[in-house]
Design a protein around this ligand. Structure first.
Ligand SMILES: Nc1ncnc2c1ncn2[C@@H]1O[C@H](COP(=O)(O)OP(=O)(O)OP(=O)(O)O)[C@@H](O)[C@H]1O
Ligand SMILES: [Mg+2]
Length: 248
């Protein structure tokens, strides 16, 4: 369902991703790990064409979703981004009410039916495991929520427009341990409905939530394997060194 073939990506002359081929199955969680600056975020951003927003970049190779090359000129980026939601490292709610944050994506897509919007907001907040905490204060500002609640709100906002793929770039790194474990449980529960790709610096987190793990170093995909295998008995020595904390 998600596949890259021989991806090379350049920022100016800098070769940031080197010949990366990878396949991710539907309804699985894939984690990307690796030292800072190795290209995890760059690779993640390919899948909703967020890198298009950066000047002087260049891509070769293919990036396929459901066997369609998402960089083909016939692809409408707005439509693609409806299918591929993204959650960032720092919770970034809009300066709006809790309700309006989740309804936002529906409104910009010209959905006007009030009861449909209310229903979708509720479903999304439930899916993001936030509903019980906010159902009595939907009109309050999103900024009145804790950091962990704000991050779940951002997940609800991403879910509201019914994507099939969810990209998460270190979604729990700014959160305390309890909020982090809530996000991890959430990721686990979402995978029955979504295909999830997560970047994390937290090795235990990758081991806990993902089915497959990709280890990157200096723009290369060193190893891509079943998560269990990756953490118990990786094929590559570099992976072993990294996960046991010998560098990186
Ligand atoms: N907008 C940009 N312009 C130029 N170079 C960039 C840009 N964004 C990233 N890079 C470079 O590309 C490389 C990969 O960066 P990227 O952000 O993908 O790494 P990362 O693995 O996500 O790191 P981290 O774990 O620190 O988030 C780095 O060397 C970085 O300096
Ligand atoms: Mg990054």
């Amino acid at each position: 369902m998600l596949e890259t073939k021989n991806i090379n990506f350049y920022y100016g002359n800098f070769h940031a991703l080197k010949n990366i081929s990878m396949k991710m199955e539907i309804n699985t969680v894939t984690a990307f790990i690796g030292p800072s600056g190795c290209g995890k975020s760059t690779f993640l951003r390919l899948f909703n064409r967020m890198n298009d927003l950066i000047d002087d970049t260049h891509l070769t190779g293919e990036c396929l979703i459901d066997e369609q090359n998402i960089y083909h000129k016939s692809v409408q980026v707005d439509e693609l981004r409806k299918k591929v939601g993204m959650v960032f490292q720092k919770p970034n709610p809009f300066p709006k009410s809790i309700f309006e944050n989740v309804a936002y994506g529906l409104r910009v897509n010209d959905i006007r039916n009030k009861s449909f919007i209310a229903q979708r907001v509720e479903e999304s907040l439930k899916a993001a495991a936030l509903w019980d905490e906010v159902k009595d204060k939907l009109k309050k500002s999103a900024f009145e929520l804790s950091g962990g609640q704000q991050q779940r709100l951002c997940i609800a906002r991403a879910l509201a427009i019914s994507p099939s793929i969810l990209l998460m770039d270190e979604p729990a790194s700014a959160l305390d341990p309890i909020s982090t474990s809530k996000i991890e449980e959430l990721i686990y529960s979402l995978k029955k409905d979504y295909t999830i790709v997560i970047v994390t610096h937290n090795m235990q987190q990758a081991a806990r939530v993902s089915d497959k793990t990709g280890f990157f170093m200096l723009g290369e995909l060193i190893e891509f394997n079943d998560t269990k295998k990756m953490f118990l008995n990786p094929d590559k020595e570099q992976t072993q060194n990294y996960i046991t904390g010998r560098f990186g």
